[in-house]
Design a protein around this ligand. Structure first.
Ligand code: ARG
Length: 564
């Protein structure tokens, strides 16, 4: 039990007060003089039928002396609580020491399934920075939910179906060159696709050819399917190199095509429920009552669409995984799409429609053309990742030329920097790409956090002391140590908040604060001192900090090298 829970118990002890209410009321005061926790008593007026100031006084008396809080003061309508610093240090540090990489883990999700639809690039199209964001955010959410005891199902909903594949096949039949495609699959296929559109403007009949090929594909035509499969395999090979670098995997790579044979039933059901309307030859679900444009279900040429597949996929996933939540991680430009089809699910009468959640994120922009190649083209993602690793290698060669395993470490730091840059701000904000800023070893960056972790590790190694619990924690009650321990203690709550809002940045911010607080402590207090008792106490704090930084990075999908 943490100190906040202890406090709640102490407050409600003699009264019939709601635990949740008290928990919501308890604040962390902005200034230290106001205690470690505060309880504003305004909202308790109804329970006590007294003025807030009187309530504060009564509660203070009722709680009385106890070992958890060394001092309780009342300040008008506020009660301020000061924790017993030594007991606090003991409780937190001993918990971390015994739980280690499990510190912060919980079982609140046990027995519940969470489906996370993330990454989901499109076959035969480049994997772009938007997909990178989806991958990185989705992967972190997966780890966060899993750490809290949920059973996660990660799905890569590949864009591998739709009329564009008909066009691609038509273009390939006309202008395709196998060798060129094998050498550089995505770029070549994309070029074919662009050429198709250019030519179609001059030759309107071409569009029909594309449509025909897609129809063939949907109907299971052998040639169409063979070519489509080839495009899919080649694209996946490229995507997998990126997933390997990022250390990301999926439980299922079921793309849009997976639902091809499942859509007819859903369309039938929409019809039976009276939701389908004919509009200019197409079938739609009218959403005027909800201030949205109609949701397109079937095009006038009979082809299904992106929303048709999402509706079908959601129903399939509910039946298959019985999720308690299904998340969809995409950039915010798809907001309307998700609102529309999720509304259709609701209109179909599925009471679980409110378990579907779009998790939108902002765009990626860059300063000084960081996302361009020298020729001014958009940089390919794998080149971008490689560039980051290359730049870090150069920095390491300058800072620490003697380091062993430089390549491996540069890889962890270079990739970590990109991931951290993506996750360190609220996800709806646009991400700015600036090499110098994100690779800096002393900003709010991935390398800074990793460097702090490595520094803690190196002190521990030099210390050559077994890390154990202490008999006396008084050495750790100075303000710097106490501040650090407070941050260590708040780590588990931060993970829960990150889960509740699907916001990995809470964890990123927390470990930035933790690293800064640690570095303050480290500069103020030498660790490897003569006095054994003091040294042991400080090393325990270093160990706890290292452990929590590592756990935090791991929840973001970032590795923590021991040296750098
Ligand atoms: N393939 C889509 C894109 O690149 C993202 C798919 C997101 N997932 C979904 N179930 N719609 O924009």
């Amino acid at each position: 039990m943490n100190f906040k829970e202890k406090l709640i118990k102490l407050i409600i002890n003699n009264y019939e007060l709601d635990e949740g209410l008290i928990s919501d009321l308890i604040e962390i005061p902005p200034q230290e003089e106001m205690g470690d926790y505060a309880l504003p008593c305004f909202k308790l007026a109804r329970n006590f039928r007294k003025a807030p100031g009187k309530i504060a006084l009564e509660l203070k008396e009722a709680i009385g002396k106890n070992k958890y809080f060394s001092e309780i003061t009342n300040n008008g309508p506020y009660l301020n609580f000061f924790v017993n610093k030594e007991l606090f240090a003991r409780t937190i540090l001993e918990t971390i020491l015994s739980q280690k990489e499990k510190y912060g883990a919980q079982e609140i999700g046990s027995g519940k399934n969470i489906v996370i639809d993330f990454s989901s690039p499109n076959i035969a199209k480049p994997f772009h920075v938007g997909h990178l964001r989806s991958t990185v955010i989705g992967n972190s959410l997966y780890k966060i939910y899993e750490f809290l005891g949920y059973n996660c199902i990660g799905i890569n909903h590949l864009g591998d179906w739709g009329t564009q594949f008909g066009k691609m096949i038509a273009a390939y039949k006309k202008w395709g060159n196998d060798q060129e495609i094998k050498d550089n699959p995505i770029q070549t296929l994309l070029k074919l696709y662009v050429k198709f559109h250019d030519e179609a403007e001059k030759k309107p009949g071409l569009e029909d050819e594309g449509r025909l090929w897609f129809k063939k594909l949907e109907d299971g035509d052998e040639e169409a399917n063979k070519l489509w499969k080839w495009f899919v395999t080649l694209s996946l090979e490229e995507f997998n190199t990126i997933y390997d670098i990022l250390n990301v995997s999926f439980d299922y790579n079921t793309g849009e095509s997976f639902y091809n044979d499942k859509m007819a039933d859903i369309v039938q059901s929409l019809k039976e429920k009276g939701l389908l309307q004919k509009s200019k030859g197409a079938y739609v679900v009218d959403l005027e009552d909800y201030d949205m444009p109609p949701c397109l279900i079937i095009k006038s040429d009979g082809a299904t669409l992106y929303p048709t597949r999402d509706i079908t996929a959601a129903i399939y996933r509910k039946e298959t995984y019985n999720f308690s939540k299904a998340l969809y991680v995409t950039d915010y430009s798809q907001k309307l799409h998700f609102s529309q089809w999720m509304k259709v699910i609701e209109l179909m009468g599925y009471d679980w429609a409110d378990q579907l959640e779009h998790v939108p994120f902002g765009r990626v922009s860059s300063e000084e053309g960081a996302l361009k190649t020298r020729k001014g083209n958009v940089i390919l993602l794998k080149d971008l990742l490689a560039k980051s690793v290359e730049k870090v290698k150069r920095i390491i060669n300058q800072n620490n030329p003697e380091l062993n395993d430089k390549d491996e470490i540069a890889e962890k730091v270079g990739i970590g920097a990109i991931i951290f840059n993506d996750l360190s701000n609220s996800k709806i904000k646009d991400v700015v790409f600036n090499w110098d800023r994100m690779l800096s070893f002393d900003g709010e960056t991935g390398p800074y956090i990793q460097y702090t972790h490595a520094r803690a590790n190196s002190v521990l190694e030099k210390g050559q002391t077994e890390i154990t619990t202490l008999t006396d924690y008084s050495d750790l009650s100075n303000p710097e140590a106490f501040n650090l321990i407070k941050l260590l203690s708040a780590f588990p709550e931060t993970i829960i908040k990150a889960m509740e809002r699907n916001e990995p940045s809470y964890i990123a911010r927390h470990i930035i604060n933790l690293a800064q607080s640690f570095n303050k402590f480290y500069h103020e207090y030498p660790i490897l001192v003569e006095d054994e008792t003091t040294k042991k106490a400080r090393l325990l704090l270093v160990f706890a900090t290292k452990t929590v930084i590592k756990n935090g990075l791991s929840l973001l999908g970032i590795e923590a090298p021991d040296k750098m």
